[in-house]
Design a protein around this ligand. Structure first.
Ligand SMILES: Nc1ncnc2c1ncn2[C@@H]1O[C@H](COP(=O)(O)OP(=O)(O)OP(=O)(O)O)[C@@H](O)[C@H]1O
Ligand SMILES: [Mg+2]
Length: 431
């Protein structure tokens, strides 16, 4: 093993010029005075590299002649480039911290070999007692199986000196939509919103076609570059769907509160692609309003906001509602019509129809990404003016992530904490 690591000498450069060992004080760019290098770090390393389907050719050194005899039944790793060891984080020079989220800290960094600017997400593994967390595996797996123009590109996974230092390397993207919406002086134009929505739908259609649910779609997880292209990011809560579901059902603690679909709120044991489509509807509304649609403090408040906008659910609009676990604990308001038109007075009829199709109560009736891509809001030139704008015509903005200008975005709830301590709806919200 140590021979193999040494054979990658060129990809594990000197550590003196970097400072990935330090978590604190991201603005202090001086090199650390002492860096502890465990003697046998490779021996204890989890074989994360097996996760990577492929590395960029320039990053995989040509295999050296095996220096150790292997059994014929156990071919050397070098014969299987996809399962070679991960490179070291010291291949990157740390530039600045972009953000600390619930599941990781994200840094901007420079690839020392190519000079490329990248984003490194350091996975939070310090608290882990049960080995490498499934959520991290899912994140890497999902990013790899959903490669698409509008999904952030994963480059590789690199490791530091200790077992808790695992980093996902991605293309660096200048903005996230949440920060951008807060900082931009005027809202996106209709033609721009159409383009952004088409890109988002195209990415989500691709994920769903590859059996991946994102389960945490929100504006802070949508990145946008200075060429008007959206990249869906943060697959930390993603999972495969279509596999048999365990007896306990699927976890209900998914999707950040403001973007969480009503079937999850009502305790549905299984759910599917429609949960992502509800979040897409909330994002569409947020692009139009320039602020989040449902800024609720808890689940009950969120439900009452939903009831107010959509009108309470009925046997027609959501036949299964009355069988859902939490339906008995909720008192529905008296019947009333929806309030979409008054909330979105300037949206075209087709736009309103699309928004209502995303925010349909019944997951079975909710529009799919594939169907939404064909919606007249995007295509009908005669009724729908303006048509989507070409991404090249988007303005560019100072990048907060690159430290060009920084203002804290409005506070929104964080992604749900992982499974275990989930409580029922009624325990959370004391009205
Ligand atoms: N590839 C990237 N390029 C530039 N910035 C990025 C990139 N990936 C993430 N970021 C920034 O870091 C933030 C947090 O990243 P991410 O959502 O992946 O982490 P997280 O810990 O799962 O966050 P949260 O739990 O808050 O959703 C993003 O909102 C974005 O601002
Ligand atoms: Mg995030």
């Amino acid at each position: 093993m140590s021979t193999e690591l040494n054979s990658q000498g060129s990809s594990t450069p000197s550590r003196k010029r970097s400072k990935w060992d330090e978590d604190e004080d991201p603005d202090d760019l001086s090199a650390p005075t002492h860096i502890h290098v465990p003697k046998k770090r490779a021996k204890h390393r989890v074989p994360r590299s097996q996760l990577l389907e492929q590395k960029s050719p320039s990053l995989s050194p040509s295999p050296p002649p095996p220096s150790r005899k292997h059994s014929v039944y156990v071919p050397p790793r070098t014969m299987h480039p996809p399962i070679q060891s991960s490179r070291s984080v010291y291949c990157y020079e740390r530039l600045n911290q972009i953000e600390e989220g619930s599941y990781g800290v994200v840094f901007r960094a420079r690839d020392k070999q190519t000079g490329d600017i990248v984003a490194l997400k350091k996975l939070k593994l310090d608290e882990e007692k049960n080995g490498f967390p499934i959520t991290a595996l899912r994140e890497v797996y999902s990013l790899m199986s959903c490669r698409h123009e509008n999904v952030v590109r994963i480059r590789e996974v690199v490791v530091g000196d200790t077992l808790t230092q695992v980093f996902v390397v991605m293309d660096f993207i200048e903005h996230d939509l949440k920060t951008l919406l807060t900082n931009m002086p005027s809202p996106f134009l209709q033609s721009e919103i159409k383009t952004l929505m088409l890109q988002l739908l195209s990415a989500i259609h691709h994920c769903h076609s590859n059996w991946i649910l994102h389960r945490d779609l929100k504006t802070s997880n949508l990145l946008m570059n200075n060429r008007g292209t959206i990249k869906v990011a943060d697959f930390g809560l993603a999972r495969r769907y279509g596999d048999p579901v365990g007896v306990g059902g699927m976890t209900q603690l998914v999707v950040t509160l403001w973007y969480r679909a009503p079937e999850i709120l009502m305790g549905a044991k299984t759910y599917s692609t429609a949960v992502d489509m509800w979040s897409v509807g909330c994002i569409f509304a947020e692009l139009l309003l320039k602020e989040p649609l449902f800024q609720a403090k808890g689940e009950l408040e969120l439900l009452s906001m939903v009831f107010k906008l959509l009108g309470p659910p009925t046997k027609n609009s959501w036949p299964e509602y009355f069988d859902l676990p939490n339906a008995k604990t909720i008192t529905l308001p008296s019947p009333q019509p929806h309030a979409f038109r008054s909330k979105f007075p300037h949206l075209s009829t087709a736009g309103l129809d699309l928004l209502m199709s995303f925010l349909a109560y019944d997951p079975e009736q909710r529009i799919s990404a594939e169907e939404a891509l064909q919606h007249p809001y995007f295509t009908s030139a005669s009724q729908e003016s303006p048509l989507p704008k070409h991404p090249d015509l988007f303005g560019s903005f100072p990048s907060a992530a690159a430290g060009e200008k920084r203002r804290k975005a409005f506070d929104s709830p964080s992604a749900p904490v992982r499974a275990a301590d989930y409580k029922l709806l009624t325990e959370y919200d004391i009205p």
